[in-house]
Design a protein around this ligand. Structure first.
Ligand code: G4P
Length: 529
């Protein structure tokens, strides 16, 4: 088994996503990573890539206007004898549940931190999601060409706020105008920074050894002395890299550099391709599926609408978990029990959609979908099982949705339920009123839903503000206690698109009180499909 063709493909693959706060440098680092992967000849073209290649539908037009990239959902490139899949995590205004769910489809993550700012809000949230699977995290401290915070303090912040030990692999020498490079602890060499070379793969000067007098010449005596002092402190106080702890998500290797200057990105990539895990086993409701199994399995983690408006189709993004996809093969869509022949799956080579002949565990393929595929669906070669751990996430923004033409209520509900099955948005129907509440993780989702309701369901809807802070799915094993709970708080209860009971909290204080008052009821932030 261990040397089977599938095993060889599995061993090569590394599938990861980037987590960061907006403006920390995700787009820039993606460009440089692709430059190293030779997917781009010259970095600097990820944003707005593909525009002009496909005509855009209305809401893609809308995304484009807002400068949001949609065409680079999955990028595959070779690096260090590995085949790397980088899954894009929508950020800025296009932040959505897709961002969260993409993190359930990878085997590791790169966390990019703006070293002038430290750990920011969005990063904290995304890290919560990676915790669901204890995903291994590689850290890149970015923007060393600016004045940054004390590196030691940055490591402390990651350790305390994200509850993960840090093992620095490189250490910065100066920052801002005085940024001279990094000392690579594992290689015992200093790599010297050159400004103005960010768009190329650079030949960089290195100095071997920490006590080498050449180092003093290269960075100046003062910075060299500071580096030696700092390293003594750092190596004494911080953790050494430990592969096992990294793979358990307990320790993160930390690299320093500047994405804009394309410096340090290659150190990070070396670490990631060497240490990050190959496609991992995945839990299902029946058994654990291991990547090198001969039979094909996969699950859908994202559905994107109207990538090609000529066909008005949707693309279901599927992570392959085991076996091999080959063009024309038959797959069982487990939820419907139907066998389907897949002859036109797409892969996403550096942002372009191209037809895939073959794909392996860790790869993502796109299936054309006319509304039959839902988020979380499992595909197999006949075995009945369902991958778990592809949840819905409690929305954080809410609006009441109303129709301009009240006669189209049925159409509205149908559209909303369908869009919620696709994961575009979540819909809640309060038990006591006829309202429809739309909940989303990111604000752009609201606009997308109205645009799609209009174009696909021919209903014109508008939003009204509503005072809801958060939602939790509720469960209680004790039927009597659940009845009592339902009676007492019925004004706060609603059903979601899949008829699951949900607690709609007007404020966080209200939610916390309810949790305290009803200890037998479980309030969940995520719900399995
Ligand atoms: P994001 O995808 O995480 O939102 O961040 P993005 O890469 O778009 O970077 C946000 C801003 O930070 C950009 O500047 C980018 O050039 C800058 N940046 C990224 N990495 C570095 C770095 O290592 N050093 C410095 N000094 N800046 C960096 P912008 O002015 O907002 O956009 P642009 O006009 O340059 O595209």
């Amino acid at each position: 088994m261990s040397n089977s063709p599938i095993q060889q493909q599995v061993d090569k693959r590394r599938t990861f996503a980037i987590i960061s706060h907006p403006d920390a440098g995700k787009t820039t680092i993606t460009e440089k990573v692709l430059l190293f992967g030779q997917a781009l000849q010259k970095a600097g073209t990820v944003k707005g890539r593909g525009s002009g290649q496909h005509a855009k539908s209305d809401w893609m037009e809308m995304e484009k206007e807002r400068g949001i990239s949609v065409t680079t959902s999955v990028m595959q490139f070779p690096f260090n004898n590995r085949l790397v899949n980088l899954l894009d995590t929508p950020g800025h205004e296009d932040f959505s549940e897709d961002t969260y769910r993409t993190l359930t489809a990878v085997d590791s993550c790169l966390m990019v931190i703006d070293a002038a700012k430290g750990v920011e809000d969005r990063t904290r949230k995304l890290m919560e999601v990676t915790r669901l699977r204890d995903t291994p995290i590689v850290t890149f401290m970015n923007k060393l060409d600016r004045d940054i915070r004390d590196p030691m303090e940055l490591l402390d912040e990651v350790e305390n706020e994200l509850n993960m030990m840090c093992a620095p692999i490189s250490w910065p020498i100066g920052c801002g105008k005085e940024f001279k490079g990094v000392y690579h602890i594992h290689r015992d060499e200093t790599i010297l920074y050159q400004t103005g070379q960010g768009h190329t793969i650079q030949e960089l000067r290195t100095v071997k050894g920490l006590d080498n007098p050449e180092l003093d010449d290269a960075v100046g005596e003062e910075l060299a002395a500071q580096l030696r002092d700092e390293l003594e402190l750092v190596l004494g106080a911080s953790n050494e890299f430990d592969l096992e702890m990294f793979l358990q998500g307990e320790l993160t290797p930390v690299f320093f550099g500047t994405a804009l200057g394309n410096f340090g990105v290659d150190h990070m990539l070396d670490g990631l391709t060497e240490w990050a895990p190959a496609p991992q086993p995945r839990a299902t409701d029946a058994r654990e599926v291991v990547a090198n199994e001969e039979k094909f399995t996969g699950f859908v983690f994202k559905i994107q609408a109207n990538m090609d408006p000529k066909h008005r189709d949707r693309i279901a993004f599927m992570r392959i978990c085991s076996g091999k996809y080959s063009k024309g093969m038959k797959m069982r869509h487990v939820r419907s029990g139907k066998d389907v022949s897949i002859s036109d799956a797409v892969t996403f080579m550096a942002g372009d959609r191209s037809h895939a002949e073959e794909a392996f565990p860790g790869d993502i393929i796109g299936l054309h979908n006319h509304g039959t595929i839902q988020i979380g669906d499992t595909f197999t070669q006949g075995e009945v099982l369902k991958f778990t751990g592809i949840p819905n996430f409690a929305p954080e923004m809410f609006r009441r949705i109303r129709l301009r033409d009240p006669l189209k209520q049925k159409q509205l509900l149908k559209g909303l339920v369908q869009l919620s099955e696709e994961g575009a948005v979540q819909v809640f129907r309060p038990l006591n009123t006829n309202d429809l509440i739309v909940g989303a993780v990111g604000v752009l989702q609201f606009d997308v839903v109205v645009a799609r309701l209009k174009s696909e369901y021919k209903v014109e809807a508008i939003y009204e503000p509503i005072s809801v802070a958060t939602a939790r799915w509720v469960e209680c094993e004790d039927g009597k206690k659940l009845d009592e709970f339902q009676r007492k708080v019925s004004t706060n209860l609603a059903l979601d698109g899949g008829d699951n009971l949900t607690y709609i909290a007007p404020t966080m204080v209200n939610l916390n009180l309810a949790i305290e008052r009803y200890p037998d009821v479980t309030f969940r932030k995520t719900r399995e499909h």
